[in-house]
Design a protein around this ligand. Structure first.
Ligand code: HEC
Ligand code: HEC
Ligand code: HEC
Ligand code: HEC
Ligand code: HEC
Length: 405
């Protein structure tokens, strides 16, 4: 009997052992900081002493400055919008355990004065790769184990890993362990939308970590923006010298979510204008309805003002902020992956004899943030926006006269 109980106890323990929860590699949308259990002496620089390439790439990444960069510091220290544990749980996840996600981390101002190592490092090797005191990787080799304790976790190689920080909603001040309202960043949802529409990539890594690259470029990188969206410009005379029709087409390229992706701060504008041979803006214009576009185009353009400006942006309204769930959803005019969008305008010129040549110009601008945020961060608008594509069509005077047609 006694032997029997002993055996049963052993069996039970045997069954429970694999069920013991190991600390997951997945982040939880900023609800908690990470606990790495890294042995003393495990610093990012130590990792870098062997993994030089990853270290250098990471040093040139936004992850590396996620907590120390100017914009974050300003907003994190701002009463009202920042000063909450959860900001740091994502931007510097090795911050020591704090209180509730919405409470103020102890000695926050002091931390920015002292610049402790976890703050300077931001999203780092230890935060992404170390749990329970071992290196977590998608591949474990004898060569690796000889250098450090390791364990395999396929989750690191999946979109959910990135989404643990790259998809989240606002935190509720009264119920700090839950989310409310729509997602402030919706990278995973948008990626799933892309996959459902036939997108071939299975993970964020396929585009953001080519060959295991750790720079993980995004909105600060012109090459990435240009990869995401192409522009074409067509113009033809309706009546030479008097009226022309202009069509600007945007086509998404290799991108796995809406454009621009990420923070709701980011947006695109398309600015189109018609210039005379002196470079002066000419003509009055009217848009031709959305009939020619794949999608219904919602814009907040002021009619007939030069240049014609289309805004592609996600707006966070009352409903999205969770303040009024009955409010209608705020418009999202960003491009969907795989989308082609056309904006068509009729432009009427002052009649002139002889007919003058004109130039039609379209520019695609990428905006890191809107003017309110630029002001908060103390940036001039010109420093937070840039032209990523530009097209021109020169409209010569047609050889034949209009009556010949
Ligand atoms: C003394 C040298 C050394 C140090 C220091 C070191 N590593 Fe490694 N690491 C290795 C070697 C060698 C391998 C095995 C590479 C192989 O099998 O090709 C490895 C493997 C890995 C892998 C898996 C590689 C793969 O191909 O999937 C990861 C991830 C990793 N290390 C992360 C880290 C992190 C994070 C740190 C710091 C906490 C660190 N390493 C510190 C030498 C080192
Ligand atoms: C934002 C999270 C993140 C950070 C920060 C990060 N890594 Fe990685 N690392 C990953 C992911 C994700 C993979 C790829 C897993 C896969 O696809 O198999 C990876 C892969 C690796 C590999 C495997 C070989 C390769 O290049 O694919 C090594 C080695 C490695 N990381 C070392 C480091 C070191 C050293 C640092 C710090 C300098 C670091 N990582 C910082 C997420 C991160
Ligand atoms: C621990 C949280 C965390 C994880 C995990 C994480 N990120 Fe990030 N990531 C951030 C934060 C915070 C920023 C913003 C940094 C900044 O711009 O100040 C960021 C920025 C970025 C950017 C923008 C870069 C730019 O130039 O604007 C890209 C792209 C990105 N991450 C991709 C990824 C991918 C891909 C993964 C998964 C392999 C991943 N991240 C995992 C927190 C994380
Ligand atoms: C098919 C390629 C592709 C896939 C898959 C992909 N991205 Fe992107 N991503 C891009 C391109 C190109 C850009 C630059 C244009 C833009 O901002 O939308 C970008 C931009 C971003 C940005 C904006 C950075 C900024 O500065 O605002 C973030 C954040 C981001 N991606 C995260 C992710 C995450 C997280 C996933 C997975 C859930 C993912 N991406 C999947 C191609 C891809
Ligand atoms: C769940 C993770 C998470 C939480 C929580 C979070 N962020 Fe972020 N934050 C990110 C990611 C990811 C990005 C990068 C998105 C991109 O580049 O488009 C980002 C971008 C930013 C940026 C823009 C960086 C730049 O200069 O381009 C600022 C500023 C910022 N966050 C401030 C905050 C503040 C303040 C809080 C707390 C109120 C906060 N964040 C909470 C993940 C998070």
């Amino acid at each position: 009997m006694i032997a029997g109980f002993g055996l049963a106890g052993w069996q039970v323990r045997g069954v429970l052992a694999p069920a013991e929860t190991r600390t997951t590699i997945l982040f939880n949308q900023g609800l908690n900081p990470v606990v790495t259990g890294a042995p003393s002496g495990w610093t990012n620089a130590w990792c870098g002493s062997c993994h030089e390439r990853e270290y250098q790439q990471w040093q040139g990444s936004r992850h590396n400055v996620a907590a120390s960069a100017h914009n974050f510091e300003v907003e994190c220290l701002e009463a009202g919008s920042g000063r909450q544990q959860y900001c740091l749980n994502c931007h510097a996840p090795r911050i020591g355990a704090g209180g509730l996600p919405t409470s103020e981390p102890p000695s926050l101002d002091e931390a920015y004065r002292q610049q402790p190592e976890w703050l300077v490092a931001g999203v780092d090797c230890l935060g992404c790769h170390v749990r329970d005191g071992v290196v977590v990787a998608t591949k474990v080799t004898q060569k690796g184990i000889a250098k450090h304790a390791m364990r395999k976790d396929p989750a690191l190689g999946q979109a959910e890993f990135c989404a643990g920080c790259h998809q989240f909603a606002f935190k509720d001040l009264d119920l700090p362990d839950r989310f409310h309202g729509a997602l402030q960043q919706a990278s995973l949802e948008e990626f799933l939308e892309y996959r459902a529409a036939g997108g071939v990539e299975t993970r964020c890594h396929d585009c953001h970590m080519p060959r295991g690259g750790h720079r993980m470029p995004g909105g600060y990188d012109d090459k990435m923006i240009r990869q995401a969206v192409g522009m074409e410009l067509d113009a033809e005379w309706i009546e030479p010298g008097r009226e022309l029709q202009v069509t600007v087409s945007l086509r998404t390229g290799r991108v796995g979510h809406r454009v621009p992706g990420g923070e709701e701060l980011r947006f695109l504008t398309v600015r189109t204008e018609v210039l005379d041979d002196q470079g002066r803006q000419v003509g009055a214009h009217e848009p031709v309805g959305p009939a020619e576009a794949d999608e219904v185009v919602v814009t907040d353009r002021e009619s007939a003002a030069w240049p014609i400006v289309e805004t592609l942006r996600r707006h966070m309204g009352d409903r999205e902020h969770g303040r009024n769930l009955q409010a209608p959803p705020a418009p999202d005019t960003r491009l969907k992956p795989g989308e082609t969008r056309r904006y068509t305008y009729r432009v009427t010129l002052e009649p002139r004899t002889p007919v003058q040549p004109v130039t039609v110009r379209s520019r695609l601008w990428y905006h890191l943030m809107h003017d309110g945020k630029a002001e908060l961060f103390g940036h001039q608008l010109k420093d937070v926006q840039r032209v990523v594509r530009e097209n021109e069509v020169h409209m010569g005077v047609p050889a034949e006269s209009p009556t010949d047609r």
